[in-house]
Design a protein around this ligand. Sequence first.
Ligand code: URA
Length: 266
Amino acid sequence: MDSQIDFHQANALLEWQLEMGADEAICEKPQNRFEMPDVAPKVRTPAAAIKPVPARAPPPDPNLPVMAARAAADGANSLADLNAAMAAFDHCELKRGAKTTVFADGNPAARVMVIGEAPGRDEDIQGKPFVGRAGQLLDKMFSAIGLSRAGQDAEGALYITNILPWRPPQNRDPLPAEIAMMLPFVKRHVALAQPDILVLMGNISCQALLGKKGITRLRGNWTDAVDLPVLPMFHPAFLLRNPIAKRDAWHDLLMIKARLDKDRPE
Ligand code: URA
């Protein structure tokens, strides 16, 4: 082939191709690709050789885990049943990363049921809610109004659980989908325990049961949810970081005591 370029130009072009990553000549003879037809000739494929394109699986229905949770929760007729149903529930990814399913602690006969957010590291290891630093503060707070998880009678007892029974990785906030999925279990838990009062610790439990966030505004105001009087309070983990807010927490504890005294069964 006659070439219009000299050796040096050809050498520079080759070097450029090498720099672009070309490492082998792929044709015996040079081809002028500018003269090739634009459209590749059609090759007839025999019908038998055409593979059927598999139908794309529809995306999973996001309501499915919630419906499964509702069915499992509604089928539980005792706290032991509910504990077993939650431990067997396989739709939540958090379960795969958790060591234990943290169900509850304290006395289920208690007049006061506390609902927190989710287990942390200590809770995941021990399989009980609120046993780390925040839990120790929670115990001190409630013992100041005569309530404890070790209390034997309903009057002096406390029952404690969380919105999620599995620790989120790195203690991140629970996702709305995780909350929605586990909410039927929480509601059933309350229905089976039948406390007189619910105390919601922090934003996540308020988001789950009241559909509201903004604990600074919500705390210290009685409201209703799941047919019970509900008091939102600052989460003890927040109180550890903001000790000045303990004054508000004390105010809220006194509100709980006053309500228990007022509504004490004869
Ligand atoms: N924080 C929570 O909300 N729950 C626990 O069990 C521990 C820490």
